[in-house]
Design a protein around this ligand. Structure first.
Ligand SMILES: Cc1cc2nc3c(=O)[nH]c(=O)nc-3n(C[C@H](O)[C@H](O)[C@H](O)COP(=O)(O)OP(=O)(O)OC[C@H]3O[C@@H](n4cnc5c(N)ncnc54)[C@H](O)[C@@H]3O)c2cc1C
Length: 394
C-alpha cells in the first residue's frame, strides 16, 4: 500500500517512462505512479521517430554531463532495467560522432572540445592528415579540423529503449492509463486532478508534463504556464551504397547535413532554418525534395562513393524545439506548487532521458538534484531572459 504521493505523468514515451522507472526504482519513494498516454502505439512520438543517437559533443556543460550519464546508463541497461531474468538489449554501437569544420569554425570546435574533455568526454581533435588516415573514404580538402568521439558516442535502438523503460516501470507498479490529458482541476496554486478528454479525472499530488512536441506547450497552458516549445518537422532518409565504407561514424558535415550507419545502409537528414513560432501540427509528410536537393548532394560531396547511393524509405518526426535557446526546460513550473516541466529537448532528448528521468525523480523524492545538477535547465532562465544557448543543435 503506497503511503507517499501520487505522481501523475502526462506522456508515456521516453521521458515519461524513464521518470516512472527512476521514481519506482528509488527505495526512498513510497508513492505511486500513473502514466497518462494518449496514444499507446507511440507512432507519432519523437521517441519512436528518433535517429536514436548519443553524443557528448555539445557546447553546454550540462548537456555533456547528461549524455555522459546517458551512455553509462545505456551500457549497463541490461542490469538496470532487467525484469526478472529478462535483460533488455538496445544494441548500443559506439561508432562516435564526427564533426567537420572549415577554418572558419575551427576555433569554436577547439573551445567546445576543451569543455567536453574537461567534463570527461573522450573526444579527439583530428587534423586533415589524421582524418584521412582514419576515414580514407572522406573528401576532406576543405576541412581544417574534425572532432571525433572515440568512445561514449554512437547509436542504439530507441524503440527498444522505450520498451525497456515501460516494462521496468510496469514491473515496479506504474499504471499506464490510455487517455489524453485535456485540463487540470486547480485548488488554489495546486493541481488537484488531471481531467482526461473522455471525462475521467485522475487525482494527483504531483503532475509532470512529459507530453513532448505534440502536447508539451498545451499541457503547460492548462496551468497557465507558457513554454516556447514548438513541433518542428525533421525528415530522415535512408539509403544503401554498393561499396562499403569502413568505420563510419555519425558524421556532421559542414553543410549541416548528418548521416550515420543503420543496418546495412545509412540514414541522414538536416535541420532546416525554422526558428519561427509555427507548429508542425499534424504534418508528418516526408519532404522528398530535401533528399535530392540537400541531403544527397551534401553526402555525395563528402563521401564520393555515395554518388551511387540508392535511396530507400524515409520518415518525418517532430523535434520538441525550445525556441528560446534550444535547450530543455526541466524542473518546477512557475506559480504552480505541484507541477513539473520536462519539455523542449530540441532534438536531443532521447539520449537525455536517463539523466532527466533520474533528475526529476530526485527532485520529487529528495527535494533536490542528488547526482547531476540539472538546475541550468530550469524555467527560471526564461524569466531572467538568460538563455542557455546550445550551439550544437543538429
Ligand atoms: C527525426 C528525429 C530525430 C531525432 N534524433 C535524436 C537523436 O539522435 N538523439 C536524441 O537524443 N534525440 C533525438 N531526437 C529527439 C528525441 O527523440 C526527443 O527529444 C525525445 O524522444 C523526447 O521524448 P519525450 O518523451 O519528451 O517526447 P515524445 O517522444 O514526443 O513523447 C511525448 C508523449 O506524450 C504523449 N502526449 C502528448 N500530449 C498528451 C496528452 N495531452 N495526454 C497524454 N499524452 C500526451 C504523446 O502521445 C507522446 O507519446 C530526435 C527526434 C526526431 C523527431
Amino acid at each position: 500500500m503506497a503511503t507517499g504521493p501520487h505522481v501523475a505523468i502526462i506522456g508515456g514515451a521516453a521521458m515519461g517512462s524513464s521518470l516512472a522507472c527512476h521514481l519506482l526504482m528509488d527505495p526512498a519513494f513510497s508513492g505511486r505512479v500513473t502514466v497518462i498516454e494518449k496514444d499507446m502505439t507511440y507512432v507519432r512520438s519523437a521517441t519512436a521517430l528518433s535517429a536514436a543517437s548519443i553524443r557528448q559533443q555539445f557546447s553546454t556543460r550540462v548537456n555533456i554531463e547528461a549524455s555522459l550519464y546517458g551512455v553509462a546508463f545505456m551500457r549497463s541497461l541490461g542490469e538496470k532495467l532487467a525484469v526478472g531474468a529478462e535483460r533488455p538489449e538496445i544494441g548500443l554501437r559506439e561508432g562516435g560522432y564526427l564533426y567537420l569544420t572549415t577554418q572558419a569554425g575551427a576555433q569554436m570546435l577547439r573551445e567546445a572540445n576543451a569543455l567536453q574533455r574537461e567534463a570527461g568526454a573522450d573526444i579527439l581533435l583530428l587534423d586533415p592528415q589524421a582524418l584521412r588516415a582514419r576515414f580514407p573514404w572522406l573528401a576532406a580538402d576543405d576541412i581544417a579540423l574534425g572532432s571525433w568521439g572515440r568512445s561514449g558516442e554512437g547509436w542504439y535502438d530507441g524503440w527498444g529503449l522505450l520498451q525497456a523503460y515501460r516494462k521496468k516501470a510496469r514491473d515496479r507498479g506504474a499504471a499506464y492509463v490510455s487517455g489524453a490529458a485535456a485540463g487540470f482541476t486547480m485548488a488554489g496554486d495546486r493541481i488537484a486532478a488531471v481531467r482526461l478528454a473522455d471525462g475521467a479525472t485522475i487525482d494527483a499530488d504531483v503532475v509532470v508534463n512529459c507530453a513532448g512536441a505534440s502536447g508539451g506547450r498545451r499541457v503547460a497552458a492548462f496551468a497557465g504556464v507558457d513554454i516556447p516549445v514548438y513541433a518542428k518537422k525533421r525528415c530522415v532518409f535512408s539509403w544503401t551504397c554498393p561499396e562499403p565504407i569502413e568505420n563510419a561514424p555519425l558524421l556532421i558535415d559542414t553543410s549541416g547535413v548528418w548521416f550515420r550507419p543503420e543496418g546495412d545502409g545509412f540514414i541522414g537528414g538536416f535541420s532546416p532554418d525554422d526558428g519561427d513560432m509555427t507548429d508542425a501540427g499534424d504534418d508528418f509528410e516526408v519532404n522528398w525534395p530535401e533528399w535530392d536537393e540537400v541531403v544527397w548532394p551534401a553526402v555525395a560531396a563528402r563521401v564520393p562513393v555515395f554518388e551511387r547511393a540508392r535511396h530507400g524509405r524515409a520518415w518525418a518526426g517532430h523535434y520538441d524545439m525550445n525556441l528560446f535557446d534550444h535547450n530543455a526546460i526541466v524542473g518546477p513550473a512557475p506559480g504552480v506548487a505541484n507541477f513539473y516541466l520536462c519539455n523542449g529537448f530540441s532534438g536531443h532528448g532521447l539520449q537525455q532521458s536517463p539523466a532527466v528521468g533520474r533528475g526529476i525523480a530526485e527532485l520529487l523524492v529528495h527535494g533536490r538534484y542528488v547526482t547531476l545538477d540539472l538546475s541550468d535547465f530550469s524555467y527560471d532562465r526564461l524569466v531572467r531572459n538568460a538563455p542557455l544557448i546550445e550551439r550544437n543543435v543538429i
